[in-house]
Design a protein around this ligand. Structure first.
Ligand SMILES: Cc1ncc(C[n+]2csc(CCOP(=O)(O)OP(=O)(O)O)c2C)c(N)n1
Ligand code: SF4
Ligand SMILES: [Mg+2]
Length: 290
């Protein structure tokens, strides 16, 4: 690449929650001093999925719902990079749901940020998998992606923030990226991000969010207790936010990139690939085919 594309101004509607999410992500990357040339932002399809156009770093606009396998590929090619997959609830929980579950299972050290607005904003307000009954003709009971994430045995970092509280959301994303940079595994952060044009939920979410730190007896280090704590918070009419699940380091499943690529020097993107350096290896391979 001889020319670097500069970030453009967001095309989001004034007041869109995605502005708060972008501010939170920028704050986290700045706080952790992640250089732009070591940052890879993989976007989904949707209003939210355009975010990589508005920030510094390498950007990849994936196919709809395919941002996670793309991001896993980037991380495995070069584990030195800080990789963020960023998309919407429609992208990640509808067409991309299979990849979401498998990304949690694979457990590569990258951060997945989902801007959940309970709708398909870009295509003008249809019901997404998190839309409540009655919204835009929806008759299906919505599901909770954080509960799903906590139910996958290899998950080790599950959080939810609110774009109306960008400082707290930024702290969660900072912790998630730090988790990745220590190569501990996959970090999932859902941010409630209202679509002011088709589903303006600012007021109700502001009233409903409850940080799990204020839930009596909540234990984020224990999978069963964390799920139970979230379920009881939801049953009380509240939306659990904060760091929902983070077991102690000795109980974390190994991250895929650490398992497959023990040293960053041996990664496909950084390994020596010249013919001379590899001649003996190639000849050995060829002799095996004779
Ligand atoms: C294969 C495919 N199917 C459908 C679409 C149409 N489409 C574009 S964005 C979108 C939903 C986006 O919703 P979400 O991920 O929640 O993003 P938001 O706009 O709400 O941020 C859909 C269905 C598409 N682009 N490609
Ligand atoms: S349509 Fe909704 S999600 Fe899309 S930019 Fe506008 S407010 Fe944001
Ligand atoms: Mg959406």
């Amino acid at each position: 690449m001889t020319e670097t594309a500069k970030p453009t101004s967001p095309i989001w509607c004034p007041g869109c929650g995605d502005f708060g999410v972008m501010a939170a992500i920028k704050r986290a990357l700045t706080e952790l001093k992640v250089p732009a040339e070591e940052t890879v932002l993989v976007g989904g399809i949707g209003c939210s999925g355009a975010i990589h156009n508005f920030m510094e770093g390498y950007g990849f606009h994936s196919l709809h719902g395919r941002l996670l396998p793309t991001a896993v590929g980037v991380k495995l090619a070069n584990p030195k990079l800080t990789v963020l997959a960023i998309g919407g609830d429609g992208d990640g929980y509808a067409i991309g749901m299979g990849h979401f579950v498998h990304a949690l299972k694979k457990n590569a050290a990258l951060t997945y940020v989902v801007m959940n607005n309970e709708t398909y904003g870009l295509t003008k307000g249809q019901a997404s998998p998190t839309a409540p009954v009655g919204f835009s003709g929806n008759v299906e009971t919505p599901f909770d992606a954080t509960l799903l994430a906590m139910s996958i045995p290899s998950s080790g970092f599950v959080a939810r923030g609110f774009s109306g509280a960008p400082r707290e959301a930024g702290q969660l994303i900072t912790q998630a990226i730090q988790f990745n940079r220590e190569r501990r595994g996959f970090a999932f952060v859902e941010i409630l991000s209202p679509c002011v044009t088709y589903n303006d939920t600012y007021k109700e979410w502001r009233e409903q969010v409850q940080n799990v730190d204020t839930v009596p007896g909540y234990d984020r280090t224990d999978r069963t207790k964390a799920i139970a704590g979230c379920l009881s918070t939801i049953a009380a009419g509240r939306i659990p936010v904060g760091l929902l699940f983070r077991p102690s380091d000795d109980r974390l499943a190994p991250s895929l990139d650490r398992t497959l690529i023990p040293t960053v020097e041996s990664a496909p993107a950084t390994a020596e690939i010249s013919l001379e350096a590899n001649r003996a290896r190639y000849e050995k391979l060829l002799s095996g085919l004779a």
